[in-house]
Structures are given as structure tokens and as C-alpha cells.
Design a protein around this ligand. Structure first.
Ligand SMILES: *[C@@H]1O[C@H](CO)[C@@H](O)[C@H](O)[C@H]1NC(C)=O
Ligand SMILES: *[C@@H]1O[C@H](CO)[C@@H](O)[C@H](O)[C@H]1NC(C)=O
Ligand SMILES: *[C@@H]1O[C@H](CO)[C@@H](O)[C@H](O)[C@H]1NC(C)=O
Ligand SMILES: *[C@@H]1O[C@H](CO)[C@@H](O)[C@H](O)[C@H]1NC(C)=O
Length: 335
């Protein structure tokens, strides 16, 4: 009799009560993941490079430290080993769970590492990237609770990783199908630049395949860039890109998954002759973003995540590789 009543309830509430994607107490806000993303604004957290294959223990420590500063979300960057090891993504998600921080695992779809590598004959999307997408999908199925969303690629349109937007979309949809078979409904997107979308021809299949828009937004690369804290260049460039995403989002949520300003020009060269890459410039950009908390991010319901946590993306961290802070960074998480 009790069982019958529970089943009746489950049917009344649409079975979702039994599905494993209901967030447990540490993540629960009574909202679905997509609703949670929609409600997010202000500074949310960091881009976290996993190329150095830190242990679960080390990652838990990093995530705890971020969380102590108010971070709520981490997105991964790069990959450990071949990037196709389910076990390593299990470790990343476990560490996020330990720290009770939300994680966005990113499947690295560029067949090579970003910088200083040339392509060999095996460095193709099918050989290198697809196994990474499969590994991330499997790890999320293994332990979905800490996972807020999945990124299928960092700038996959900008770099044309999959060969066409339609091919990329078919993999996004394959991930969705596999999650769905596992009883999961986890928001999917790609983390890309406005320019990546704008320069990729028929983007409709990808625009239709994503649940929301993860934005890479880097005024540092603009042709009129000067100092990070210069509101008339940095901020104008930032909002111009957001306006483009708003024009294609059709009301779907937008989350700036990657923004930042480096303290040196070593890893990614700028396009402006007047660029200033320094600690004060980086700090100025951070504070500029924070200063628009109520007037922009809150009213637009847009969160931002800083690239990067440490200088393993050379120059881009709020911390040096030795772990010391570059400046006393701190941002509001509400306003
Ligand atoms: C490409 O992969 C094949 C099959 O695994 C392997 O035999 C070959 O050595 C690889 N080529 C290079 C250049 O790594
Ligand atoms: C989806 O599941 C199928 C069947 O198990 C598998 O062959 C495929 O690689 C999976 N794709 C992804 C992206 O996980
Ligand atoms: C700020 O940016 C504007 C527009 O690019 C530029 O004219 C101005 O010189 C910059 N100010 C500083 C202090 O760099
Ligand atoms: C960490 O590295 C930075 C940059 O090289 C240096 O300025 C700073 O003194 C170092 N901090 C410690 C505690 O070693």
C-alpha cells in the first residue's frame, strides 16, 4: 500500500523524484540546473587548468580556497594526459564534491594543446577529441551531483574543431542522448567567443543544440585595448560581445565562463599596440567587472568566471604558480 502511494506520488510529480539528477542537499536550491544558471549573476568562480594533473587532494584544496573567497563554480580548462581518461574526470568531479562547489567539466575538443604544438597525423577530432567528449560524459554519468553543466569544447567554433557547426552539434546532441538514457538532464553548451560564432557560417545547428550560452569574453584582445581597468575600452568591448550573444540566445541564459586580463603577454599575444599587461591592469579589469555588479550583471542576470586560477595559463591567474596572490582579489557575489 505504501509502495502504491509512493508510485502514485512519483507519477504525479513526473518520476523526476526518482531520477539521479536531483541535486542533493549541498547543491540543492530547489531549482533545476538551468534555472540555477539563469539566476546566477556577478562573480561566480574560476577557470581551472587541469593540464598538470593535480591529485584529488590538491584539487580539493584549491576548490576549498576558491570557495573561501566566495566562488561557487569552477570550469575546467585543457586536459590531463590524453584527456580521454574517465578516471581523471572522476577525480575532478570528486574534488568539486568534496569542496561542495559546482563544476563545469569541459571536454577539450581541440585535438592538440592550445599553444606551441603542431598537428601530427593522429591529431584529428575523431581520434583525439571524441574520446575526450565520451570520457567527460561517462564521468558525469558516474557522479552527476556536483556537475552544473558540461562544456563541449573551448572555442570549438573559433578553431573549427569538428569540421563544421553541424558536426559539432551532432556530438552535443549525442551527449544529451546519453545523459538522457542515464536519467540525467544536464545543461550543455560550448565555451566560445562572439567572434567564434560570428565567423563560423551556418551556426544554427549549434545554436539549437545548446541549452544556454557560455561566453569567452576577452577585451584584452580588442584592437583598442589599453589598460584592463579602462572603462571606455574594456567595458565597451565586453558589453558589445554580450549584446551579440543576447541577439542569438532567444532568452536562454548567458554565463561568462571565461574572462580575464593577463599580467604578461607571454601565452596569448594582444592585438592592440597600446596594451598594458601587468598586475595593476589585471586587477583593474577584475575591479571593473565587480563595479558593474548591480548596474549590469544583476540586471542582466549574467555571472562571470575569471580565467584563470593560477598562472598555469601563463600570466592569466589571480595567483602565481607558487600559490601567492598577485593582488588582494575579492569580488562581490551579490549586490
Ligand atoms: C598514430 O596512431 C597509430 C595507431 O595507434 C600509431 O600506430 C601511430 O604510431 C601513430 N602515429 C603517430 C605519428 O603518433
Ligand atoms: C553514447 O553512448 C554510445 C552507446 O554506449 C557510445 O557508443 C557513445 O560513444 C556515447 N557517446 C558519448 C558522447 O558519450
Ligand atoms: C582608455 O581607452 C580609450 C579608448 O580606447 C583611450 O582613448 C584612452 O586613451 C584610454 N585611457 C587610458 C588611460 O589608457
Ligand atoms: C611567488 O612568485 C612571485 C612571482 O615570481 C614572486 O613575486 C613572489 O615573491 C613569490 N612568492 C613566494 C611566497 O615565493
Amino acid at each position: 500500500m505504501v509502495l502504491v502511494n509512493i508510485l502514485a506520488l512519483a507519477i504525479a510529480y513526473g518520476w523526476a523524484v526518482f531520477a539521479s539528477d536531483t541535486l542533493d542537499s549541498s547543491y540543492s536550491t530547489g531549482l533545476s540546473r538551468l534555472e540555477k544558471i539563469e539566476s546566477m549573476y556577478a562573480w561566480e568562480g574560476f577557470v581551472y587548468d587541469i593540464e598538470s594533473c593535480r591529485s584529488t587532494y590538491e584539487m580539493t584544496q584549491d576548490f576549498n580556497e576558491m570557495k573561501a573567497h566566495g566562488a561557487r563554480v569552477v570550469i575546467t580548462f585543457e586536459f590531463c594526459g590524453t584527456g580521454a581518461d574517465v578516471g581523471y574526470y572522476d577525480d575532478v568531479i570528486t574534488a568539486a564534491g568534496n569542496a561542495e562547489i559546482s563544476i563545469i567539466p569541459l571536454a577539450w575538443t581541440l585535438p592538440i594543446h592550445a599553444v606551441g604544438q603542431s598537428y601530427g597525423p593522429n591529431d584529428t577530432f575523431l581520434i583525439k577529441s571524441v574520446p575526450r567528449i565520451e570520457a567527460v560524459t561517462q564521468a558525469v554519468i558516474n557522479n552527476p551531483e556536483p556537475v552544473l553543466a558540461i562544456a563541449i569544447g573551448d572555442e570549438p567554433l573559433y578553431d573549427d574543431d569538428a569540421g563544421s557547426p553541424a558536426a559539432l552539434a551532432s556530438y552535443i546532441n549525442q551527449v544529451r542522448r546519453n545523459l538522457s538514457i542515464a536519467g540525467l538532464d544536464i545543461p550543455l553548451s560550448i565555451s566560445d567567443l562572439a567572434y567564434g560564432w560570428q565567423s563560423s557560417g551556418n551556426i544554427t545547428p549549434v545554436a539549437d543544440a545548446v541549452d544556454f550560452f557560455m561566453v569567452n569574453n576577452f577585451p584584452y584582445f580588442a584592437f583598442d585595448a589599453t589598460t584592463g581597468g579602462n572603462a571606455s575600452s574594456s567595458w565597451n568591448d565586453f558589453i558589445q560581445d554580450i549584446e551579440y550573444f543576447q541577439s542569438i540566445a532567444n532568452g536562454r541564459p548567458i554565463l561568462v565562463t571565461q574572462t580575464g586580463w593577463p599580467t604578461n603577454e607571454d601565452e596569448f599575444a594582444p592585438n592592440s599596440p597600446d596594451i598594458v599587461a601587468s598586475v595593476p591592469s589585471s586587477e583593474g579589469y577584475w575591479n571593473l567587472l565587480d563595479s558593474f555588479c548591480e548596474d549590469y550583471f544583476k540586471s542582466m542576470n549574467i555571472g562571470w568566471m575569471w580565467r584563470s586560477w593560477e598562472d598555469d595559463i601563463d600570466g592569466w591567474g589571480v595567483k602565481y604558480l607558487n600559490g601567492s596572490d598577485k593582488w588582494h582579489w575579492n569580488a562581490r557575489t551579490e549586490c
